[in-house]
Structure formats: structure tokens, C-alpha cells
Design a protein around this ligand. Structure first.
Ligand SMILES: *Cc1c(COP(=O)(O)O)cnc(C)c1O
Length: 387
């Protein structure tokens, strides 16, 4: 109780928190200050991809914590170099910039696109096309990139140079790219915060084609969907896309803050010393943890993600009170008959933690959640929906 009182008195009221204080946990079972156990289908908004207090990840982190904890980016350090190599070898992309969050990873992508276009096509080619319903972060730049007016309202003026296209409307996108001097298209293969909406194969192919035709960079925001959650290493891979820039964060850190921006051949050498930077980005402790996380996102794990996804879809699609199940892999959205917040509070009372996305329930369980726990949680959700 004390924590909730202190929080409400001293923290900025930016979050509509659930009435639950987490005090610990293991894997996909979290312990509340109320003494109850909860099955976690949110994993810290897709961060704890191997669950809470994962042994292997914690060992990697604490081993590095015992060696050295922070060096500035003025010096070389092994964990960042090793992680960058692994990321490039797994994706075919060429270089990596590390930061501390998803928003920063997108800021870096936007800066890279602007600089690339200015040098490659001319400074007027500065516009970046994003999609309606997207979410790219909370900094002023990534807010401007976010194609949802509700996020823009109180923060004018926002940086300019963003154009918004309606997902699924290829001709309108093509027109936008033809009529404005643009640098890039930034997209989520499945819009997460915007309501767990996959862009679909046809529109995905359209993005690639418009980029080819108008000499734009294709930039995938894989902050939420990336790092195994989609059932492939990165979500764009499910659509056979070849982005020039890929940003990610959330799951790659496994529970510590880490942002990643990856550059393909066309943009690999856009930045020179002094062009971009960060104090904490590439922190050795975060990177050592991420090396462990990435090394475990293998075929067997991805197979498990797809199995769990199939199970959830089968079970929930048929349930009374659930109108549809959308998404990809272990990023699933449930369209339900009651307000999402009310459903989430019901689930909490039943001992299951879920998140919401617009009017949907959003499920982002750990990628290794034990099948037994997943079944128990799914039954609880079916029960909540039928109530
Ligand atoms: C969460 C999210 C972000 C922002 O990440 P932060 O770490 O909160 O800055 C950006 N893009 C997408 C797709 C996200 O889901």
C-alpha cells in the first residue's frame, strides 16, 4: 500500500496503473505485494522475452556487471562489438548503432534517412512517410512520426517533414511518394500500440515497390514485433521484405534498456564521427545480456513461438465474447465486446496480466512461456470474455 501512496504522491501521473504492485517473480509467473501469483501475458510490454529473472540472461548480465559496467563510447568494449556482429550476421544488415530505447532507435533511423537523402538526392528530399495508426515513440521527432493525431494534440509545434499514408492503400501511398520529395518510409509490420494490426502481404510488397521506384529507404520499426516475437527473428522477414534500416528495442534488452538501429548496404556509411552519438548507448551490461538473448532466439524457440501462437488463436477465436484475434506470433490482439480496460481489470482479478491496445486486448507473453501456464491463462481469458 505504501508504494502506491508514494507513487501517487511523487510520480508524474503519466500512467493509468493497474492496482497491483509487483514484488518479484520467475519466468511467466509474477508475485504481487498482495501475496498472489499472476500469469504474465504482457512481459513488461514485450521486454522480458524469456520471462522475469531468467537464469541465463541474469548470469550473463551479472558476469558483465562484475567485470566493468560502463565505458564511454570513446573506447572499444567487447559486448557491443560482439552483439553488433551477431545482429549483422543474423539479418544481413551491415552496421549497428546502439541507444537506450525504441524512441531513440527510431530517432536514429530518421536522422540517418534525412542525411542519406540529403547527400544522395538533395536536401529537399527530407520527408518521411509513416502510416496512420502507427506508433514510433514519445520524443518530439518520433511523436511526429507517429500517425495518430491523439498523440500530437498537446505538443505543438512538432518537427515537420512527416507524411501519413493509410495502411492498405497502395495507390495513395504511391501518389504521396510521387508528389513529395521523400527520404524514406517507416513502418511496423504489425502495428502494435495502434491495435495489433498486421499490414498484410500485399501492402508490405507495395511498400518495397514504392521504395524501389522512388529511391526511398525502407525502414522497419521492429521495436515491439522484433526479436522472435513474430515467429521469425524480425517481423519484416515474414513478408519477405528487405529493409534498409531496422530499429528495435524492447525484447532485445531482455529486461535492460537497449535500442538498436541497423543499417543495410545503402546506408551503412551514412554516419561519420560526430554525426550522431549517445552516452549510455551500447552499455556493456545491457549488451552482454542482449548477446545471450539473441543467441537463444533460434529455430527451436521460433517453432515454439508459432506453436503457442496457434494454440492461442485456436482457443480464443472460438470463445464467446471474442470477436476476432489479430496479430502475428506472440503479439496478438483480441477484439472484445466490452471496453479493453474493463476486460484487463477482469483478467487481473482472475490472476492474468494483459495489456491493451486501443480497443483491443494485446497479448505479449514471454516467448518461452510454459504451455501449461499458457493454457491456464487462455482459459481464464475465455472465462473473462464470457462473463
Ligand atoms: C514501444 C515502441 C516504441 C517506443 O519504444 P520506447 O522504448 O518506449 O521508446 C517505438 N515503436 C514501437 C513499434 C513500439 O512498440
Amino acid at each position: 500500500m505504501l508504494t502506491q501512496t508514494l507513487d501517487q504522491q511523487y510520480l508524474a501521473h503519466t500512467y493509468n496503473r493497474f492496482p497491483l504492485e509487483i514484488v518479484g517473480g520467475k519466468g511467466s509467473l509474477l508475485r504481487g505485494a498482495d501475496g498472489r501469483e499472476y500469469i504474465d501475458l504482457g512481459s513488461g510490454i514485450g521486454v522480458n522475452i524469456f520471462g522475469m529473472d531468467d537464469d541465463e540472461w541474469r548470469n550473463a548480465v551479472t558476469a558483465q556487471l562484475g567485470r566493468f559496467q560502463h565505458v564511454s563510447n570513446l573506447y572499444y568494449s567487447e559486448p557491443a562489438a560482439k552483439l553488433a556482429q551477431m545482429l549483422c550476421e543474423r539479418t544481413g544488415l551491415k552496421r549497428v548503432f546502439f541507444s537506450n530505447s525504441g524512441a531513440e532507435s527510431n530517432e536514429c533511423a530518421i536522422k540517418a534517412a534525412r542525411k542519406w537523402a540529403a547527400e544522395h538526392k538533395g536536401p529537399e528530399y527530407c520527408s518521411i512517410i509513416t502510416l496512420r495508426g502507427s506508433f514510433h515513440g514519445r520524443t518530439l521527432g518520433t511523436l511526429a512520426a507517429t500517425g495518430q493525431d491523439v498523440f500530437h494534440r498537446d505538443y505543438q509545434p512538432l518537427p515537420g517533414g512527416f507524411l501519413y499514408a493509410q495502411p492498405g492503400e497502395c495507390e495513395a501511398l504511391e501518389r504521396l511518394a510521387a508528389e513529395h520529395p521523400c527520404a524514406a518510409i517507416l513502418f511496423e509490420a504489425v502495428q502494435g500500440e495502434g491495435g495489433v494490426r498486421p499490414i498484410g502481404q500485399e501492402f508490405a510488397s507495395c511498400l518495397q515497390e514504392v521504395c524501389r521506384k522512388h529511391d526511398l529507404l525502407l525502414m522497419a520499426d521492429e521495436v515491439q514485433l522484433g526479436n522472435g516475437r513474430s515467429g521469425s527473428l524480425y517481423g519484416y522477414m515474414n513478408y519477405g521484405l528487405q529493409p534498409d534500416v531496422v530499429s528495435t528495442a524492447k525484447g532485445i534488452g531482455g529486461g535492460l534498456p537497449l535500442g538498436v538501429t541497423m543499417f543495410g548496404e545503402r546506408v551503412a556509411d551514412v554516419f561519420h564521427p560526430g554525426d550522431h552519438g549517445t552516452t549510455f548507448g551500447g552499455n556493456p551490461v545491457c549488451c552482454a545480456g542482449a548477446v545471450n538473448i539473441l543467441s537463444r532466439i533460434d529455430d527451436r524457440l521460433l517453432e515454439g513461438v508459432r506453436e503457442r501462437s496457434d494454440y492461442l488463436r485456436r482457443t480464443l477465436q472460438a470463445a464467446p465474447g471474442i470477436r476476432s484475434v489479430t496479430g502475428m506470433g506472440l503479439m496478438l490482439g483480441l477484439e472484445i465486446d466490452i471496453p479493453a480496460r474493463e476486460f484487463a481489470e477482469r483478467a487481473l482479478r482472475e490472476g492474468v496480466l494483459v495489456t491493451t491496445a486501443k480497443q483491443k486486448i494485446r497479448l505479449l507473453p514471454a516467448l518461452n512461456i510454459p504451455m501449461e501456464l499458457l493454457k491456464t491463462a487462455a482459459q481464464a481469458l475465455v472465462h473473462c470474455a464470457a462473463e
